[in-house]
Design a protein. Structure first.
Length: 277
């Protein structure tokens, strides 16, 4: 049985809700063989980030070499890459001719800052220009576009800045903080815009949503799916994962990586699944 393959390069989460743990769950749930290169060991849980220990460049290099020399990924995503030296090391691998999804992890759901200013500069100058898709949350998009985002028009302006000044093929900005529904906006280098809307759920259990969303996109791209189709699947996946969260932990709990596979019986039932109480 042949399986599609995807690689995540990111930090850990021992509580299982974010980082490579969330990525691997997402890959598996989308029937893609997942691989992982660890950049940083992070002590975190639903209440916040409590300690970060970066792996040596030698360790990261050896992990990358062992993956790419043996099982070639059909798509790759990056999450937390905390130091510019790490990014420089990773660059030759993510610049290969396969889809590259970047979740520009800078700020955790808890509000904790995860990367250095120097790393942000390197991200903007080297990694974002080669990305197929980048998936910043509002805070990250504000850093990348160097502006505040408070309305739908701001999202458009920020996305165009990111596209034209930094150069990814597609940028997705999540607009769940604006309006009554959760609408995500995807803008392409060619000037196209696509939107996806789902209900906004009144819950604090959103730990790892960014990791999960970008990982599902990566899994679908590994299968050869069109970028916009991949984003649409990821949007439905994360909406169900939030709605049917397991309510774990004492803080911002994780989403449910099993919800989409268990409950989504096809596109025709998706709206009903999302609207049911």
């Amino acid at each position: 049985m042949k399986l599609h393959t995807a690689l995540t390069i990111a930090g850990t989460d021992p509580s299982g809700g974010a980082g490579i743990m969330a990525d691997l769950k997402s890959f598996q749930s989308r029937h893609v063989y997942g691989m992982a290169v660890v950049t940083s060991v992070v002590a975190q849980n639903t209440t916040g980030v409590h300690h970060v220990e970066h792996l040596s460049l030698e360790s990261i290099e050896k992990q990358l070499h062992d993956v790419y020399s043996d099982i070639t990924p059909q798509a790759v995503k990056t999450g937390m890459i905390a130091l510019p030296e790490m990014m420089d090391l990773i660059y030759p691998y993510v610049s290969k001719p396969i889809p590259y999804v970047m979740d520009p992890v800078m700020i955790a759901t808890s509000g904790d800052r995860l990367v250095s200013d120097e790393a942000v500069d390197f991200l903007k100058s080297k990694l974002i220009p080669i990305a197929t898709v980048i998936t910043p949350n509002r805070s990250e998009a504000e850093v990348l576009a160097d502006m505040s985002i408070t309305c739908e028009n701001d999202i458009t302006i920020a996305a165009k800045r990111i596209l034209h000044e930094l150069g990814p093929q597609v940028v997705i900005i999540k607009g769940g903080h604006i309006g009554e529904d959760a609408t995500d906006y995807a803008f392409t280098k060619d000037g196209d815009m696509h939107t996806w809307t789902s209900p906004k759920y009144d819950t604090v259990h959103t730990h790892g949503t960014g990791c999960t969303f970008s990982a599902v996109i990566t899994a679908e791209l590994a299968k050869g799916r069109d970028v916009m189709d991949a984003i649409g699947i990821a949007k439905d996946y994360i909406a169900l994962a939030i709605k049917h969260n397991p309510a774990l932990g004492h803080g911002c709990g994780p989403v449910n990586h099993m919800a989409y596979g268990l409950m989504a019986n096809g596109p025709q039932t998706m709206d009903e699944l999302l609207k049911k109480g």
